[in-house]
Design a protein around this ligand. Sequence first.
Ligand code: DAH
Length: 326
Amino acid sequence: MKDKISQLKEEFYEKVKGKTLSELKDLEKYFLGRKGKVAELFKEMKSTPKEQRKIFGEKINELKSLMENVLRESIKEQENIEREKKLLQEKIDVTVPGLKLQQGGLHILTKTMLEVEKIFLSMGFDIMTGPEVENEYYNFEALNIPEFHPARDMQDTFYLLNEFLLRTQTSPIQVRTMEKYKPPIRIIAIGRCYRKDPPDAHHFPIFHQVEGLVVDKNVSFANLKGTLSEFTRRMFGESVEVRFNPSYFPFVEPGAETSINFGGWLEMGGSGMVHPNVLKNAGIDPEEYQGFAFGWGIERIAMVKHNIPDIRFFYRNDLRFLEQFK
Ligand code: DAH
């Protein structure tokens, strides 16, 4: 039986030579596995005469730990060799052209709003904001549009509970500003508006407006014309002009539609001299102060400037559209 042990040892040394990692793992099972060669020897202990059993057991254990050590070392060595090989194969070729990272950009509406703000800031205007969830008072009543006034029909919107609604225009910010600050006031307010309009090339239930308001002593329609003309020149180019057509908006008197000649006359929004009732509603004495106001569509500005034929493009998130303005 001692022979069996040295035989197995010889076999082990014979087999373990020059083996790859996976072959070594197979050998580990073959010699040391639960049904492996060493386990077989242990089984033979039962039939060994008692006196020799202890020695026999010690010898097997000796062989077992020898195998374990040799295998552990060889496996480690093979693992290192294979890792080296892999690293050599994975050498990085720094001359291969890199992957281009996808880069996002600002939406054309965001860009337009920033551009509008920049122009008005440089003309001495401050920037205000107001809530998109407005109440009827600011959206209509304070702007001289009483309940049952037909002007409310044209601005049908999404009504919420308790007299709240999604604002149909940025004009309520006029009133909010006048309540909060004393004249002289010179502000614009840009923001999202909502109307219950079915979408088509020129309508969308969500859109943006830029509202302007100037209140001071001795403010005249000429100042309104000068302001919008200057803005138009800076936004669309030196040769572009603004035209004022008499029109009706309850919160101004006189009121005017405004168009620009940018390849034909294109309507941009409304304007006028702030109605005395609106000044009064906000606690400003119309005998002492006058004001002018205007409201232009941001989408309109972008569509005209960039020759975009359909308002729905802004809201479709089609990259082929968006990437043109990156
Ligand atoms: N808020 C109006 C609209 O959405 C546009 C407008 C007209 C704004 C005249 C004004 C104004 O400030 O003076 O139709």
